[in-house]
Design a protein around this ligand. Structure first.
Ligand code: NAD
Length: 361
């Protein structure tokens, strides 16, 4: 298969972890006989330095040409007080908008080797393997009217939670399609006992579920879901939720896995004519200026994002599984970076990348 991937390493440890993700991508593509074409673009602080803008037109053009985009992280302390259009993070919003990615997918897995780093008791977290599907472009973060009016005792603030049927339909279909390749269960999260918005959400989810016989659907209120995530995380397979609930629940899910350096993510848009999803893949963490340039960042979140790229943008499940299995082997061997607190000398970022390639074989 021809794989055309754009890399946007960005700033700080973004460049270091992306180098290892690319090492693994090249290795796996080669092993499985794919033709890989890599292009590289500027995004974030590095783009501001070189072109004056965090999301240059050349990067936008490269993103539209590629089959999938692999990002590192953006953000440099020197821009912390810059105006919004000159902030590296503006580049992130730009690329997400260009690609039209409307669903954020965050896998949450409890790796056996990291079970002690979870804040939950081992018996609760062991075996956890879920994916949170968060609607990314609708809901209260975007709805209008919004704003603050009046002063003092007259002050009033408004936000509006809006969803349209098509917005709910497309993200629901994505959740069901993911579930059809997993353990065939969707937990749809809402607050339909209070919000009309959630009542529409539930109604549409039920209707779409009829297109997917054989996949179990449960509805769970968001407050109960927050509780179940820590009481019984194993009960979840695919968690489907709107933007703000997903923002909150996915961070709660994230802590189940141990270090932030471990967490991959995928933001997915429309399907291309060949059936693959448009996708933007990145670790959840930021540019970590405190450890940048020291070859000690954990690259497993970025490498896990390569597994997601294989799976969602190319439908290459065997390749994705090989990367995930290799990561698990590396964790089990203890060749991990300092954030995972290995018993011996911590591995460097590049040693972890090399170890994952070796484990792929
Ligand atoms: P951060 O994720 O960069 O770092 C938080 C803490 O986690 C730091 O102590 C860091 O050393 C550690 N850490 C993060 N990733 C790690 C890894 N792979 N291995 C080991 N340790 C790791 O968050 P922050 O410090 O709040 O933000 C730093 C910059 O990154 C800011 O400019 C922020 O705006 C930006 N940021 C970007 C993204 C993104 O590009 N998607 C996301 C979050 C933050």
């Amino acid at each position: 298969m021809d794989l055309h991937v754009l890399t946007l390493p960005g700033d700080g440890i973004g460049t270091e972890v992306t180098a290892e993700a690319v090492r693994v991508l090249r290795h796996a593509a080669n092993k499985f006989g794919h033709k890989l074409t890599l292009t590289e673009g500027l995004l974030g602080g590095v783009a501001i330095h070189k072109t004056g803008t965090p999301f240059p037109a050349a990067t936008e053009a490269l993103a539209l040409e590629a089959d999938a985009t692999l990002m590192g992280a953006v953000g440099l302390p020197e821009f912390d007080n810059a105006p919004p259009e000159r902030r590296p993070e503006k580049g992130l919003l730009g690329i997400r908008k260009t690609l039209g990615v409307y669903a954020n997918l965050r896998p949450v897995r409890a790796y056996e080797a990291l079970i002690e780093s979870s804040p939950l008791k081992n018996h609760l977290v062991r075996g956890t393997d879920m994916i949170i599907v968060r609607e990314l472009t609708g809901g209260i973060y975007y709805g209008t009217p919004r704003g603050i009016t009046g002063e003092g005792a007259e002050a009033r603030a408004v936000n509006t939670m809006t969803y349209t049927r098509p917005e709910i339909e497309r993200v629901t279909r994505m959740a069901f399609e993911l579930a059809s390749k997993r353990r065939r269960k969707v937990s749809s999260v809402d607050k339909s006992n209070v919000l009309e918005n959630s009542q529409l959400w539930r109604k549409v989810v039920v209707e779409i579920s009829a297109e997917y016989p054989g996949i179990e659907l449960e509805h769970i209120l968001v407050d109960n879901c927050a509780m179940q995530l820590v009481l019984n995380p194993r009960r979840f397979d695919v968690v489907l939720t709107e933007n703000m609930f997903g923002d909150i629940l996915s961070d709660e899910g994230a802590v189940l896995a141990g270090s932030i350096g471990m967490l991959p993510s995928a933001s997915i848009g429309a399907r291309r004519p060949n059936g693959a999803w448009v996708g933007l893949y990145e670790p959840v963490h930021g540019s970590a200026p405190d450890i940048a340039g020291q070859n000690k960042a954990n690259p497993l979140g970025a490498i896990g994002s390569v597994a997601a790229l294989f799976e969602y943008s190319f439908g290459l499940l065997e390749e994705a599984a090989a990367v995930n299995k290799a990561m698990e082997a590396v964790l089990n061997n203890g060749r991990v970076t300092a954030d995972l607190k290995p018993s011996g000398t911590p591995a460097t970022t590049s040693q972890v990348g090399e170890a994952v390639c070796e484990a792929i074989g």
